[in-house]
Write a protein that binds this ligand. Structure first.
Ligand SMILES: C[S@@+](CC[C@H](N)C(=O)[O-])C[C@H]1O[C@@H](n2cnc3c(N)ncnc32)[C@H](O)[C@@H]1O
Length: 245
């Protein structure tokens, strides 16, 4: 997958993306990350990329011309059908479904906003997706871009080894994952649940499924509305106080 990130702060990249799974995916050629300095597409000698907002008000707004032209230059490299993601707290909230959808694409452009945000014509006429990483406001779109790249990278075939398998992950399965334990079996008087040491795989699977259901019910009951549940799951949840809305 090829990703071009457009930013006013190219020095922030690759940053944390050079480590771990994303770093290996880049080294192995699974992921190609290009970083474009939006300022290189400014039109004046001052390399201006922002201006006062029409109508008055505090804060600067990123000008449309450098963003459009930087994006068009990126798309000339990637192909004109590459999706263009504008990062914004006003966007659709990023979830695993959107990550799956974008991971199918061979190429992607991500625009990082700054200041008060980006001239609205970018959202209206350039971006194919406006994406928020959650209901809080950051100063720039660089960390959201990194979050998106990291989430996408986990889904690239071959990026994640079996020691870090993605199939059983929380959300991916529709539920939260069961609790995980490793050695030692007793740490500071706290024991690992006996069933995990029993060697009885059917019992272990049953326990894991039930733990997964219980923690989803307690922490993220909203997920149960669309989770793929068996009749036995529903019966177990009902016995533990869950009532489907
Ligand atoms: C300070 S924010 C602008 C917020 C804008 N004034 C508003 O109220 O919607 C500056 C930039 O940070 C990025 N940003 C901030 N919070 C974000 C979030 N939750 N998800 C994605 N991008 C975010 C966007 O690129 C945004 O253009």
């Amino acid at each position: 997958m090829q990703v071009q990130v457009l930013t006013l702060f190219p020095d922030m990249f690759p940053g944390p993306l050079q480590s771990s799974i994303v770093g290996r995916a880049m080294a192995g050629g699974l992921l190609e990350l290009g970083v474009v300095d939006i300022r290189d597409h400014a039109h004046d000698n001052y390399r201006s990329v922002d201006d006062y907002q029409f109508g008055g008000g505090a804060g600067m707004v990123m000008k449309p011309e450098p963003v459009f032209e930087a994006t068009e230059a990126a798309m000339a490299k990637l192909g004109s059908d590459a999706p263009v993601v504008l990062t914004s707290p006003q966007g659709r909230r990023l979830d695993q479904g959107m990550v799956y959808e974008l991971a199918q694409m061979p190429a992607l452009v991500i625009i990082c906003g700054h200041y008060q945000g980006v001239d609205e014509r970018v959202a209206e006429h350039l971006a194919t997706h406006v994406v928020s990483i959650g209901d809080y406001v950051l100063s720039g779109g660089e960390l959201p871009a990194m979050v998106l790249v990291e989430a996408l990278c986990r889904l690239l075939p071959g990026a994640v080894g079996s020691s870090n398998s993605v199939e059983g992950d929380s959300i991916t399965t529709g539920l939260l994952q069961h609790p995980l334990y490793t050695r030692p079996s007793i740490y500071r008087d706290w024991s690992v649940p006996d069933v995990l040491l029993s060697g009885n795989h059917a019992e272990i699977e049953r326990w894991r499924r039930r733990q997964s259901l219980l923690r989803t019910f307690r922490n993220r009951p909203d997920l149960l509305q669309s989770a793929p549940l068996q009749p036995s799951d529903v019966a177990f949840l009902h016995a533990n106080g869950y009532v489907k809305e």
